[in-house]
Design a protein around this ligand. Structure first.
Ligand code: COA
Length: 339
């Protein structure tokens, strides 16, 4: 029997209907379309505005579409992993809510916390679960309602983030030459002061003080994050490429975290990959944290062909970062018509 490798057999996504564009943002804070476009590449982002709906709502929509597109029997799903930094509740897990709403009977569920690296890391973990032979089918979801942790009075952060969810089906194959080939992930704990939410966790639980001082929103030192992200993502990609004897020409697509178009362009330049090989949708969604990567795959699925060489790379609070070498496993053009 050949070794089992893990492949993505389907992808789906969901973004809320409400579009918050730069023009509307510039009526909320002192900013303008020109500044946001030039510094970030973002033109608009989606916001989940309906009261009472959280991350699990978007995650469930994406997963439901995924089940429809792939035709997978829900009873055959072994696990649901939701990568998120904006869970519905502290507990139970958002994944357990998604599982319940989907009516999965034979699966277990858990959340995965690695902020914007959440999806890439969770996919790697799911792939290892599949490779072990103990699990056959796992739904990996990246979903975030970033609007819930974004301060719309802070012009330096509110332009960056948006809401959304993306989901992939991870299954096993014995076919050689497709699936997860290699990865390199690292986390540098020094990142804490530069990117975090000050209150609401166990160090500083919610209080009137924390609410009055707006401590429940993402705080970041943008320039430090920017520089670290570019260096780390580029170095990680180069390391994985070198280890696997890949030249920049061998890479068909870079699947990057969508934090800032200038970060993506700088990483591509350092890795030596032209921008037409980099999958980018930040203009329309902004940074949806864990949802960025599966949303990119969903948007560009129709372009992807079996055997395509892909380099995933992400950067996150922590500072977490990494790169993952993946060979696409199916003809995206046919699957994408089932959107
Ligand atoms: N509109 C207009 N001006 C703004 C603004 C906005 N939305 N946000 C900040 N500015 C101003 C700043 O106040 C500053 O003004 P000053 O020079 O008078 O102090 C000026 O623009 C430059 O700010 P700076 O922070 O140096 O800009 P930048 O080029 O670094 O861009 C970010 C800011 C946040 C877009 C950029 O640093 C970034 O994207 N960082 C990474 C963030 C990230 O990816 N976070 C998530 C990681 S997963």
């Amino acid at each position: 029997m050949n070794k089992i490798n893990a492949i993505i057999t389907g992808v789906a996504g969901y973004v809320p209907d409400y579009v918050l564009n730069n023009e509307e943002l510039s009526r909320m804070v002192d900013t303008n379309d020109e500044w946001i476009t030039a510094r970030t590449g973002i033109k608009e982002r989606r916001i989940l505005t309906e009261e009472g709906l959280g991350t699990s709502y978007m995650a469930r929509k994406a997963a439901k579409l995924l089940l429809e597109k792939t035709g997978v029997d829900p009873d055959s799903v072994d696990a649901v992993i939701v990568a998120t930094t904006t869970p519905d509740y502290v507990h139970p897990s958002t994944a357990s809510i998604v599982l319940g709403k989907l009516g999965l009977k034979n699966a277990f569920a858990f959340d995965f916390s690695a902020a914007c690296c959440g999806f890439m890391y969770a996919f790697d973990v799911a792939a290892n679960m599949i490779q072990s032979g103990r699990h056959k089918r796992i739904i990996v979801i990246g979903a975030d309602k970033m609007s819930a942790i974004t301060d719309y009075k802070d012009r330096a952060t509110c332009a960056l983030f948006g809401d959304g969810a993306g989901a992939v089906m991870v299954e096993g194959t014995e076919e050689e030459g497709i699936g997860l080939m290699d990865s390199y992930h690292r986390t540098d704990g020094k990142g804490l002061p530069f990117l975090h939410i000050k209150a609401g966790g166990s160090v500083c639980p919610s209080s009137q003080f924390t609410v009055d001082h707006r401590l429940h929103y993402t705080y970041q030192e943008g320039r430090t994050v920017f520089k670290y992200a570019v260096t780390a993502m580029a170095d990680d990609c180069k390391l994985v490429a070198e280890k696997n004897n890949l030249t920049a020409d061998d890479i068909d697509y870079v699947v990057s975290h969508q934090a800032n178009l200038r970060i993506i362009e700088a990483v591509a330049k350092r890795v030596g990959v032209p921008m037409d090989k980099v999958l980018v949708n930040i203009q329309r969604y902004g940074n949806t944290s864990a949802a960025c990567m599966p949303l990119v795959l969903w948007d560009f699925e129709s372009k992807l062909k079996k055997g395509d060489t892909m380099m995933f790379t992400a950067f996150a609070a922590g500072f977490a970062h990494g790169a993952l070498y993946y060979k696409w496993a199916y003809d995206g053009a046919t699957a994408a018509t089932k959107k």
